[in-house]
Structure formats: C-alpha cells, structure tokens
Ligand binder design. Structure first.
Ligand code: NDP
Length: 483
C-alpha cells in the first residue's frame, strides 16, 4: 500500500512528529480519498512549542526592524519561487481550482509577507508637545508569544495574514491551521528554514480545534489570540480568554448583502456578482450570499444571472478552466445540502442548481455541488439569516431604498456589504447606514492591506490590516516628560 505523507509539526525550526504519535486522516475533496495523515497533536506539543517560542523571543524582539523586515522579504521571495508547487498543494488539499489557488491564495500569501515588511519599516509613532513644557510620546513593544488560529477556506492566505504582522512586530508565534487544510502550513516550515528564520520564531502545530486550538487559547502564558473562523468557535474562545483579559482579534462569519439598484451598470454587476456569489465555492466570509435586486430590473437581472451561472464550469480543480472546485469536506458538503433541503419548507424556490454536477468517475466520491440560486421573499427565514458558506445565494426583490437597508441590517452578522448604483449620493448615504465593517460600491473584495478589516455584531471584534494589525500585535505606552 502507498505510504501516506505525514503532515507533522514545525517546532523550534525542526519538523517533529506529535509526541503521542497519533494521526488524523486527511482527504482530497475532489476524489474523497485519504491522501495524507495529519498530526493529531495535543497539550504536550503545544507546551513544547511554547518553550521554543519563549526562548526565541528575547533575540527576535531585540532585532532591528530592518533585520526583521529582511526575513519577511526573504520568506516572500522563496514562497514566490515555489508558487506553482504551493498552488498545486493548496488546490489538492482544499478543493479550490488550481488557477484560483495560484492567482489568489499563494499570491496573497507572498504579498502578506512583503506588505508587513514594508508596513513595519514605514510605521511612525506620534508625539505631542502641545501642552507647554510637556512632551508626550508613544512607545511600542511586542506582546510576547502570540497564538494564531486560522480556518480552512483560505488556508495559507489567512495564516500568513497573521504570521507576517505578528513576527514583523517582534512577537514569536504558535500557529494552528485547520485540521482540514494543513498541507501548505506544513510546507511553509521548509520555506522558513530556507529563509534562515531564527529557530522558534514561528511554530506550527497540527491538530484539531478542540484539542490543539483549545490548548493555545487557554495557555496561561499566551497573552493574545488572533482567530479567524466561525462565530460559534469565536464565542467559545472569547469566553475562555475574557477572564484572563487576553488581547483578542476575532474575524468571524458573514452573511453579506449584495444590493443592486435599478441604475446599476448591469454588465459589471453581473460579472462581479458571479464572483461574489461563487468564488472559492462560495467559501469566503466576504461572499455576497444575500442578493437584493430592485423590482424594475429584477427580471432582467435574474435571467442574465442564471445564464451566467449556467456557464460556470464545476469540476476538476486541476483543470485551469474550472470555476468551481470541490467543497472542502464531506461534513461541510452535508451542511450545505441541509440548507438546500429546507428551501421548500421555508417557502423558497430553487431557481438553479441544488444538486450534484455530472462528473467523471474519478470524482464520483468527491464533494461537489452545483452553484445554487434560491428565490426568497422572507428575510427572516434560515436561508437568509444563517451562514451557509457554500455556493448558495438567495435572491430577493425590493422596492424602496429604506426597505432594502432594513433587510440588509436585520441580521446578526455585520462583515461586509456590496452596493451597485451609479448614483453617488445614494452610494454614500447607504454606505453610512449599513451596519458592517466594509462596504464595496460597484466592486467586490478589492483589498488594500492598509485599510481596516473586520466586522460588527456576530462577525467579530477588532480590525486587522496595516496599522490596525500593528496596533493589535503590540502593546503601546505613552510617556509624558516635563521639561
Ligand atoms: P471554525 O471556527 O470551525 O475553525 C476555525 C479554526 O479554529 C480551525 O483551525 C479550527 O480547528 C479551530 N478551532 C475549532 N474549535 C476551536 C476551539 N474550541 N478552540 C480553538 N480553536 C478552535 O471555522 P471553519 O474552519 O469552519 O471556517 C469557516 C468559518 O470561518 C466561517 O464561519 C467563515 O465565515 C469564517 N471566516 C471568517 C473570515 C473573516 O475574516 N471574518 C475569513 C474566513 C473565514 P479545526 O478545523 O482543526 O477544528
């Protein structure tokens, strides 16, 4: 029998088996077959990683920002030289199309390191002598050993969005990727070795959330946690960390409105709405899964949107022409299907999709589903209120501006929103009224890494990006001198 590759821990600059020697099966989502083994680590491995991170902290935090930035640039360069290898691995492990893994996931991971190398070099502190005879200035220090926990939808992209600013600021880290998608985090260890990153600065522990994740979050000596994942897990983490006053960044779920007015540029809008609905199999927290269309363009929009959806190629993630790959896991596919199954009960109508695409025999056991469009007139139904996190959108007609603002805000989530209109004052007015962390007008998911990123309500606490990440990963002190 073929020996399966073991995805093991990266501690103190070395690859190590989990101390308990336990492993979890790792599946290829396109074939449904086990293709590797993931270390099922536990407290002992987290403790080892903590010692390694703690020992590395004094030297790392005392390096100049130029020295730390150089390491980040080097990591980015090595990753870039291996972009095809990483894209192939990400696609195979997660199920996403290889073209997307290359153009989005790995490209952005490289950019994360370059961006935060630059951000730390260009960061300036404030000072004030406005009060006569007094000088105030601020000074920053890293937090120490920081815990970083990331989800399965954008595996390396979201993990490096945390590692890069954390280590740029002089912290050392213990990371836990999702047990469903640990492969590229495992491969990153080798990049860190090649970049000569000092041992112990970045430790990566594989395993489950309830075990390794929980050990990191509840570790008494880890003062800060940056977490991206589901709202329920975020609540658990908040309840564990609150009594210890740990610094916490929570980037959680979304159920984002995509609001299309009758003066929208429909060509642009439909092209982008196809992406905002189904990119990465709809497994992006920023996807616009609730589409609201003004009544006098509703029929035209619907006809064109369904036609464009029919043209999407669902299937082999390795095929460069594929638009929609496999869902990450059987468990998640079943969750998506369970929502499609309640459509009738919720008096919603499936206008397109909802079933499995016809694919070759090799994908028979893979986790595929067609992009799905569901018509709904009830903003309170579960399909419109709960995060499905798959290639499923609801579509709802609206009459007036006020109606749609009310529906858009009448939800527990507040991550992002998209508005389509050529009316500038309406764009500004509605952007102000939407209760969420990001609004895109006539575009979607255009990311400038300087801008604040995060959500309101159940979509999380805090902002990351540019100086907001530097704020999170450092402790700031004000010093006031009389002269
Ligand atoms: P989960 O919350 O299930 O898991 C996220 C990470 O947390 C995983 O590494 C998981 O480990 C770990 N984890 C699980 N339980 C615990 C625990 N008790 N303590 C510590 N860690 C734990 O989310 P998913 O992986 O399912 O990701 C999808 C979710 O992420 C969606 O809700 C999506 O909206 C959200 N998301 C938010 C983004 C944002 O920026 N706001 C961006 C991307 C996704 P394991 O998987 O091994 O169990």
């Amino acid at each position: 029998m073929l020996k399966l590759i073991k995805v093991i821990n990266f501690i103190n600059g070395e690859y190590l088996e989990p101390i308990n020697k336990n492993y979890i099966d790792n599946y290829n989502p396109a074939s449904g077959e086990v293709y590797s083994k993931i270390a099922n680590s536990d407290k002992n491995d987290v403790d080892l990683a903590y010692i390694s991170a703690k020992n590395a902290l004094p030297e790392w935090s005392n390096k100049t920002i130029q020295e730390r930035a150089e390491y980040l640039y080097k990591i980015a360069d090595i990753l870039e030289s291996r972009i095809d290898e990483f894209a192939e691995a990400e696609s195979y492990d997660q199920g996403k199309p290889i073209s997307l893994a290359k153009s989005m996931d790995i490209t952005r991971s490289i950019h994360n390191f370059r961006f935060f190398a630059g951000a730390i070099l260009h960061h300036e502190e404030t000072s004030s002598n406005f009060n006569k005879n007094f000088l105030n200035y601020t000074s920053r220090k890293p937090l120490g050993v920081v815990g970083l926990i990331s989800p399965w939808n954008l595996p390396l992209y979201l993990l490096t969005w945390k590692i890069a600013p954390a280590i740029a600021c002089g912290n050392t880290v213990i990371c836990k990727p999702s047990e469903f998608t640990s492969m590229t985090a495992f491969m990153l260890g080798d990049v860190l070795i090649k970049a000569n990153l000092p041992k112990g600065v970045c430790n990566i522990i594989m395993g489950t959330g309830s075990n390794v994740g929980n050990e990191i979050v509840s570790h008494p000596k880890i003062p800060a946690i940056s977490f991206t994942g589901g709202t329920k897990t975020g609540q658990t983490i908040a309840s564990i960390t609150a009594p210890h006053f740990k610094k916490l960044s929570l980037e959680l779920g979304g159920k984002n409105p995509n609001i299309i007015f009758n003066d929208a540029n429909l060509d642009d809008c439909i092209n982008t709405t196809i992406r905002s609905s189904f990119l990465n199999q709809g497994e992006i927290c920023l996807c616009g899964s609730r589409i609201f269309v003004q009544e006098n363009i509703y029929d035209e929009f619907l006809e064109r949107f369904i036609k464009a959806t029919e043209n999407l190629i669902v299937g082999d993630p390795k095929n460069v022409d594929t638009n929609i790959g496999a869902i990450v896991s059987e468990q998640h596919l079943n969750k998506i299907k369970s929502y499609i199954d309640i459509a009738e009960k919720e008096k919603c109508e499936i206008l397109y999709g909802g079933d499995k695409p016809n694919l070759n025999k090799q994908f028979e056991k893979g986790y595929f589903i067609k992009p799905t469009i569901i018509k709904s007139n009830n903003n309170k139904c579960r399909l419109m209120q709960e995060e499905i996190f798959g290639p499923v959108v609801t579509i709802t007609k609206f009459k007036e501006e006020n109606d749609v603002i009310e529906m858009a805000n009448d939800i527990d989530y507040g991550l992002s929103a998209t508005i389509w209109t050529e009316n500038l004052s309406r764009a500004h007015r509605i952007s102000e009224l939407l209760d969420c962390g990001t609004v895109w007008v006539n575009n979607w998911m255009t990311r400038d890494l300087k801008v604040p990123f995060g959500g309101t309500k159940n979509s999380g606490i805090g902002r990351e990006g540019g100086k907001h990440s530097i704020d999170f990963y450092t402790e700031i002190k004000n010093i006031c001198i009389k002269y």
